[in-house]
Design a binder for this molecule. Structure first.
Ligand code: ZN
Length: 136
């Protein structure tokens, strides 16, 4: 094997090689993930959609599904699995989302919950059933 250090077995050589290159490998993986995160944020509009919010840092932005029923997968999850999720698939999923900073993503989720609660309340014609159910 070329470059084999005299006195080291192949196993020890590989172990040394791994340790010597670990930092470089990790840095490369982090850079790739950062690039993917930025790509997905840019495709989603690159900026928090909340009025008067100007967060553009891709690491503080999150894709919020407008309709959770049409959600096939989590964008951040798919970004780390390129073999399972093609760019085309991810783009299609991003188009179902609004981009928010993490704070406003929490607000957007809350709003969705309030809509669900309102929908549920509208569907109820009487609160008697509820009272009966909970024994009050
Ligand atoms: Zn925001």
């Amino acid at each position: 094997m070329a470059g084999l250090i005299k006195g080291l077995s192949q196993k020890d050589y590989m172990a040394k090689w791994y340790l010597d290159n670990k930092a470089t490998k990790l840095a490369k993986a982090r850079k790739k993930m950062a690039d993917r995160t930025k790509w997905a944020a840019d495709y989603g509009g690159g900026k928090c959609k909340w009025p008067r919010c100007d967060v553009t840092d891709p690491f503080i932005l999150a894709h919020h599904h407008r309709n959770p029923k049409t959600k096939l997968f989590e964008i951040s999850y798919a970004l780390t699995r390129p073999l399972r999720y093609s760019d085309r698939k991810i783009k299609a999923e991003i188009r179902k989302c609004d981009l928010y900073c993490l704070n406003h993503h929490a607000y957007a989720d809350q709003q969705l919950d309030n809509e669900r609660i309102a929908t549920y309340a509208d569907a109820k014609t009487s609160t008697d059933d509820e009272a009966e159910q909970f024994g009050s």
